[in-house]
Design a protein around this ligand. Structure first.
Ligand code: HEC
Ligand code: HEC
Length: 295
């Protein structure tokens, strides 16, 4: 009996010690700060506020997924509520508690292009590594749009990394935050290379995330951080979809259907891509066809 009591006490003590170690180590990682120099946060010109720029910003925000994660009105929403974490895409408007109420233009640049908050902490999940490819003019248009939307008041819970999430974090089972993989000193182009060209397709593929989920060479594979049950991103090099016609490619992005009629899982954000213009999808197609066929 005495032995059993001792074993139970030793076990409880062990659990408390492991819990404390996980708490300290996970806090260390979550609280790591990134210092983004102010020189890097400046754009080539001030944020415009004319209607045409705001309309372009809105379009870009839709195809980049801002309005998907942060809600159509940018008032924010619970983005993921699973056992390891509760993740919230915050309110971006000028409403109470929204980013727009307190963010300077530099704060927006730091958040969107670098994945870092005003307090220096790295954002989780938000694909700033993709948005880092945005030209100065396109980023300015997105910020102009965000600043223009009507204020929204919405009660949102605080994000929480639960015990299971902290264990996964400490065991290196979660992908690093985007801020950890971004080259914060990289130079940026002033304007997007708009045109019916491979180059423009590559630009679009970078900031909308094709080259992130399907990888830089478009060969696809499992998406880091998702459970094994999630469908892998497919091979979209000519070795994967080389037999597709132009129409097949447009249909995949516009209505999420493959040539055989099956539906593409919405883990692939085609409902956002469905809002792309013909010219944008055409440029993407040129890029996708230009990469080496690879298995
Ligand atoms: C995949 C979902 C997702 C997409 C797409 C996304 N965000 Fe976010 N965003 C988040 C999450 C989640 C956070 C909070 C991260 C955290 O607190 O760790 C965030 C944080 C932010 C913040 C900081 C807000 C604050 O109050 O700290 C801004 C600004 C922002 N996003 C703007 C944008 C813009 C603009 C776009 C489109 C170019 C965008 N986001 C696309 C999920 C997303
Ligand atoms: C968030 C991750 C993600 C992003 C971003 C993404 N994809 Fe996908 N994509 C996927 C996944 C996952 C699948 C497989 C879905 C399934 O199995 O139903 C897929 C499937 C596809 C398919 C169907 C391939 C086939 O053989 O059936 C095409 C085409 C495609 N993606 C093109 C693109 C293009 C072009 C972009 C950028 C504009 C893009 N994807 C961006 C994750 C993504």
């Amino acid at each position: 009996m005495k032995l059993l009591v001792r074993i139970v006490i030793a076990f409880i003590a062990l659990v408390i010690v492991i819990g404390a170690v996980v708490a300290v180590m996970s806090n260390q990682r979550l609280n790591r700060t990134y210092d983004i120099p102010t020189s890097v946060l400046a754009l080539t010109s001030p944020i415009p506020s004319n209607g045409a720029t705001i309309a372009r910003g809105h379009h870009l925000a839709v195809i980049a997924g801002c309005t998907d994660c942060h809600a159509k009105d940018l008032g924010g929403k619970v983005f993921l509520d699973v056992p390891p974490f509760l993740l919230v895409a915050p309110n971006l408007t000028r409403g109470a508690g929204g980013a727009g109420a307190s963010f300077t233009d530099a704060d927006f640049v730091r958040a969107i292009r670098h994945g870092v908050g005003p307090d220096g902490r790295a954002f989780l999940i938000m694909p700033a590594n993709d948005f880092n490819y945005l030209s100065d003019a396109d980023l300015a248009a997105i910020i102009a749009y965000v600043k223009s939307v009507p204020p929204v008041e919405r009660q949102l819970p605080a994000k929480s990394i639960r015990p299971l999430g902290r264990v996964l974090l400490v065991l290196n089972q979660l992908p690093p935050p985007p801020a950890a993989v971004i080259d914060h000193a990289a130079a940026h182009q002033a304007n997007a290379p708009v045109g019916a060209t491979v180059e423009y397709g590559h630009y679009l593929a970078n900031f909308t995330g094709c080259t992130d989920c399907h990888r830089a060479d478009l060969t696809g594979g499992p998406i880091p951080g998702l459970p094994p049950s999630a469908p892998p991103a497919q091979n979209i090099t000519p070795a994967g979809i080389g037999t597709w016609t132009d129409v097949d490619f447009y249909r995949a992005l516009r209505v999420g259907k493959r040539p055989d009629g099956s539906t593409i899982n919405t883990l692939m954000p085609w409902p956002d891509f469905s809002q792309m213009t013909d010219a944008e999808i055409g440029a993407l197609l040129r890029f996708v066809r230009s990469v080496p066929p690879k298995r």
